[in-house]
Design a protein around this ligand. Structure first.
Ligand SMILES: [Cu+2]
Length: 459
């Protein structure tokens, strides 16, 4: 199945009734929770009630529908164990909301009164903190501090007015280390209620969360005690090549909102364009404080909103610039073998260990093409096939696809870019001058070493 087909096969949104532990009378007043089982990027949810706005596209995610009840937007989040496909070939047993990790994006308009029902179907208590919001203290979702925790089977109600336009996040503030390591988080977008001097109208508006997991190859549940050494660096709980491309039409004004709920910072980098950082979770950045960038670092607990004019056609890499974050699961305790000659050694080792493979004697690129037997339920470390060969990426990597012939509002993957004749790097086939610098000394030749001794000083 191609990625194009994947995008087209829109997953079914199914309504399901929440846990039997919630009493039927209570349920009668609750909006039915909407459950999403597909990891595909869903079309933006165009609002049919309330103030109109230009909806966002959640990368490999979706927006939670609401019910309008006497002018109040009512949402129903269900905290529950979920199975998330990180990329075709690997499913993770996570915790999330409404069938997915991360949970659905919540989209509202500045000034909206919002009521969110949160049902806990986890084996332990939880709460939801509305990161970045102005709200009454008792709605802030810090269990123990501003509310009792939501016990398994209980449903709590949060209600406040979305006072400030911007990009926010939600996540538990109860057994946080475990619950965030298990994938409990989501995005929240508050659109401005009218033209705002620091919030531009855009043609495409993407959002996603940076998250990370430590899942041992062959297993499915994250190790929740891991603090720094994660092995799966994800965007919305997906790794490349499971992350959908960001598809835009040439000359679209594009906004991308990226929140970081991992344990480390991520310098997010785009090729072929410059962007402007236009907002943080503190709000829109004044025009006078903006500057062009091609990489912006997103620290833990931060959101960065970037904007650009997509005026260069092509398939542009878009990724975290920490090179270990664009790789999939594999131990990092592999020694550097570049320059080590293994000839002869392989046969000897293979007599003892038949599956043994030498890694990295010419760099690690061989790994991308290697047919090493993988344990069940894991992914190659570096992978993805492009039109010119292996892309040798994993983790936090996607492709920003700019096309002149993409229809307005069409997010279908257009396939690989067709380069105009004469615009692709090519092999030089003429004579090459010999390099004198790096020629190694012939075997047995005397090597003259010039050592300069440090001067000794006596005082
Ligand atoms: Cu990173």
């Amino acid at each position: 199945m191609t990625r194009r087909d994947l995008l087209k096969s829109v997953g079914a949104i199914t309504a399901a009734v929440a846990g039997a532990s919630v009493s039927r009378t209570a349920m009668a007043a609750l909006p039915e929770p909407v459950i999403q089982t597909s990891p595909n990027t869903m079309d933006p949810l165009v609002p049919t009630t309330g103030r109109p706005y230009n909806p966002v596209v959640t990368l490999n995610g979706w927006t939670l529908p609401w019910r309008m009840n006497n002018g109040v937007k009512e949402f129903h989040l269900v905290a529950e164990p979920v199975v998330r496909e990180l990329a075709p070939g690997m499913n993770a047993h996570l915790w999330g909301y409404n069938g997915q990790s991360p949970g659905p994006t919540i989209e509202v308009v500045e000034g909206d009164r919002v009521r969110i029902f949160v049902t806990n179907k986890l084996p332990e208590h939880t709460s939801v903190h509305w990161h970045g919001q102005r709200l009454p203290n008792g709605m802030d979702g810090v269990s123990g501090l501003t509310q009792p925790s939501i016990k398994p089977g209980q449903t709590f109600v949060y209600e406040f007015i979305a006072r400030r336009p911007g990009t926010f996040m939600y996540h538990p503030h109860a057994d946080e280390m475990v619950q965030m390591a298990m994938g409990m988080m989501g995005m929240w977008i508050t659109h401005p209620k009218e033209a705002h001097p620091h919030i531009a109208e855009v043609d495409r508006d993407f959002c996603f969360l940076l998250n990370a997991y430590d899942i041992e190859p062959g297993s499915a549940t994250p190790k929740i005690m891991t603090m720094t050494d994660f092995n799966l660096w994800t965007w919305n709980s997906r790794v490349f090549p499971g992350i959908d491309p960001l598809v835009v039409r040439k000359n679209d004004q594009v906004r991308i909102r990226v929140g970081n709920l991992t344990m480390t910072n991520h310098p997010i980098h785009i090729h072929g364009h410059e962007f402007t950082v236009t907002g943080t979770d503190g709000g829109p950045i004044p025009l006078s404080a903006r500057r062009p960038e091609v990489t912006t670092d997103i620290a833990v607990g931060q959101m960065r909103q970037i904007e650009l004019l997509a005026d260069e056609e092509g398939d542009w890499a878009f990724h975290c610039h920490k090179s270990h974050h664009t790789m999939n699961a594999m131990g990092h305790d592999v020694p550097t073998m570049i320059g080590v000659d293994h000839s002869g050694l392989m046969q000897k080792i293979n007599k003892l260990v038949p599956d043994y493979m030498v890694m990295g004697d010419r760099g690690m690129a061989d790994m991308a093409e290697m047919q090493m037997p993988l344990p069940a339920n894991t992914l190659p470390m570096m992978t993805g096939q492009g039109p010119f060969g292996g892309i040798e990426m994993g983790g936090m990597f996607s492709v920003f696809k700019v096309r002149a012939d993409q229809a307005k509002g069409d997010y279908t993957d257009p396939g690989w870019f067709t380069h105009p004749k004469g615009t692709v790097a090519y092999e030089w086939t003429g004579p090459t001058p010999e390099s004198h610098h790096a020629t190694p000394a012939p075997a047995g030749a005397e090597v003259e070493l010039q050592v300069k001794k440090p001067a000794t000083h006596q005082h």
